[in-house]
Design a protein around this ligand. Structure first.
Ligand code: ZN
Length: 115
């Protein structure tokens, strides 16, 4: 199959520029069928992908989705959820502070009047 050799070069070039990606992303970036990418991975032709897929999730030890994230999809979603909750918490604290601020300014106004 002569096409496959071109594909192989394309994939290797893609991996040289983006060592962090997994087989699916390589397939998307190169336009080469992910089955072809996976077959090359299986046969050991492309090792970069292999090492990218060997990165484990820092939370649960499942295969991570990328080198830089070091998290699996499930933990990434959990983390996003936590961040959303944390953001909501911050907003609520800020709202409380504003309410408290209003309250104390009312009190100081009353105190001023009493003087
Ligand atoms: Zn995980």
């Amino acid at each position: 199959m002569p096409d496959e050799e071109t594909d192989y070069d394309t994939i290797r070039e893609c991996l040289a520029d983006n060592p962090d990606v997994n087989a699916e992303i390589v397939s998307e970036m190169t336009g080469i069928d992910s089955r072809v990418v996976l077959r090359m991975l299986d046969s050991g032709l492309i090792s970069n992908i292999g090492s990218a897929e060997m990165v484990k999730c820092g939370q649960c030890g499942s295969p991570a989705i990328s080198h830089s994230k070091k998290l699996c999809q499930a933990c990434l979603e959990k983390l996003n959820q936590k961040m959303i909750l944390a953001r909501k918490g911050i907003q609520q604290t800020q709202r409380k502070k504003i309410q408290l601020g209003e309250f104390s300014s009312v009190r100081s106004t009353l105190d001023d009047k009493r003087k």
